[in-house]
Design a protein around this ligand. Structure first.
Ligand code: ATP
Ligand code: MG
Ligand code: MG
Length: 421
């Protein structure tokens, strides 16, 4: 996608807008690439920022303008609100010109890995329940701010879009590695320029070997790995560089923020009728019954289960429309022990999937009712005393009737979230 209308070609070391030095790649999405940049000016803007550089084609420019409007709103509405600090804030916005066209750039406060990285790091076994509580409380505070104060629906709550805060030393340490390459006069490895910053668990060790092999290649002679590792360790100590996969991500004081307002919309002005990533998509969205703030809460429910167990609550088979929706509806039915008939009669797609409150073409005997409480006990081997309050909390977040579903502020007061174990 690095072509006309696509991503902007960016190199490590480039200075953008005469101000932002590109240090390494943080991530990418359908619309943009995101870079860790150092601000070279003393102008009130933080030293390190994440710079989102959007694709240049007109349609991406339009989406970027909507995102900027939403980000401006969240930045200015009420900085004193308890949820304000749980939304990734925009710092600056400007245009960049490249061979591929004109790109909208948005600089944002810098964050670390996402909750998806956290799940990967847990080997998809999930994280400790107190950690889940801490994370979900903060997500809910962020949503209270978005919903009640800004009147914004996020529409894409999922682990990838919740980012973990890391401190400035940690950011520096990531750059420290880049500098090590520069010091040795080596090309940057692919992971610095091409792929995601935090993904691979064993990446650190691979990288060390990568540095060494390039070093040897350029010197034309071999160099003992142990000696090299010793020097590298020394270097790391000098730069106070922690391991990239240091357990600080899961520290008890973990702080998170909601990111990616690129798909968000106003409560009274939607941009699309089909919203959300499949696995986190609310029942009313599947049925085409209209949506509002409760759609975000449904996604929080799915994400809470995933953080606690390491596995998705709903992962429907297939991507093609009627069959994926039907499978999704079956999974929801089995998990909730049924869907009230009045809900199955609402929405422009409802009659495609339901007749007389029953799923069309699905024999009742084939549905296996498996409530969350029992899934936790039978599949994940939780103690029933732990499973009961957790399942109660989750069922209030994936309540089929959006009008009865917990709001973010009610969920924040819930019993399970305020327990401790
Ligand atoms: P999508 O396809 O999800 O809509 P997008 O092009 O809108 O993608 P984002 O989701 O905003 O882009 O960002 C892409 C990735 O960049 C994120 O998943 C995250 O890994 C990283 N990223 C985004 N913002 C920040 C930030 N403020 N700090 C650190 N990393 C970030
Ligand atoms: Mg995203
Ligand atoms: Mg986006």
């Amino acid at each position: 996608d690095y072509n006309a209308g696509g991503y902007m070609p960016v190199n490590i070391g480039d200075i953008l807008k005469g101000q932002y030095k590109v240090c390494r790649k943080l991530g990418w999405g359908h619309f943009s690439t995101v870079w860790l940049c150092k601000n070279l000016l003393d102008d009130g803007i933080p030293t390190y920022v994440a710079l989102k550089i959007c694709k240049s084609a007109q349609m991406f420019a339009v989406v970027a303008q909507d995102e900027i409007k939403l980000l401006r709103e969240t930045k200015s509405m009420d900085p004193t609100h308890i949820g304000y600090k749980h939304i990734v804030q925009m710092v600056d916005t400007f245009k960049l010109i490249s061979v591929n066209g004109i790109h909208t750039a948005i600089s944002m406060e810098i964050m670390g890995p996402s909750l998806l990285h956290l799940l990967i790091q847990s080997d998809f076994r999930g994280i400790h329940l107190n950690g889940v509580r801490r994370i979900i409380s903060q997500v809910l505070k962020g949503l209270i701010y978005l919903h009640d104060v800004c009147h914004i629906i996020h529409t894409d709550i999922k682990p990838e879009n919740i980012l973990i805060k890391v401190d400035e030393n940690y950011i520096k340490s990531i750059i420290g590695k880049t500098e090590r390459f520069a010091e040795l006069g080596l090309d940057m490895p692919r992971s610095y320029v091409a792929s995601d910053c935090w993904v691979d668990k064993d990446r650190d060790d691979d990288l060390d070997r990568d540095i060494l092999s390039k070093y040897e290649e350029q010197r034309g002679q071999s160099y003992p790995y142990d000696k090299f590792l010793g020097e590298l360790t020394d270097f790391r100590r000098r730069h106070a560089e922690p391991r990239l996969n240091a357990p600080m991500w899961v520290s008890p004081n973990i702080e998170i923020k909601i990111a990616d307002l690129g798909n968000a919309c106003w409560e009274d002005h939607h941009f699309s009728s089909e919203i959300q990533t499949r696995q986190y998509r609310a029942l009313e969205v599947i049925l085409g019954a209209g949506y509002s703030y409760p759609a975000d809460i449904w996604s929080v429910g799915c994400m809470t289960f995933e953080l606690a167990t390491g596995e998705m609550l709903f992962s429907p088979k297939g991507d093609k429309e009627p069959s994926a929706n039907l499978d999704h509806l079956c999974l929801i039915w089995e998990t909730l022990g049924g869907i009230p008939q009045y809900i199955t009669e609402r929405g422009t797609n409802a009659r495609q999937y339901f007749a007389n409150g029953e799923l069309i073409g699905i024999q009742k005997a084939l549905l296996r009712i498996w409530r969350i409480e029992d899934v936790l006990v039978e599949k994940y081997k939780w103690k029933r005393v732990e499973a009961i309050p957790f399942a109660g909390f989750l069922e209030s977040l994936i309540e089929p009737d959006p009008a009865l579903r917990f709001t973010a502020s009610v969920a924040l007061q819930s019993q399970w979230l305020n327990m401790n174990d």
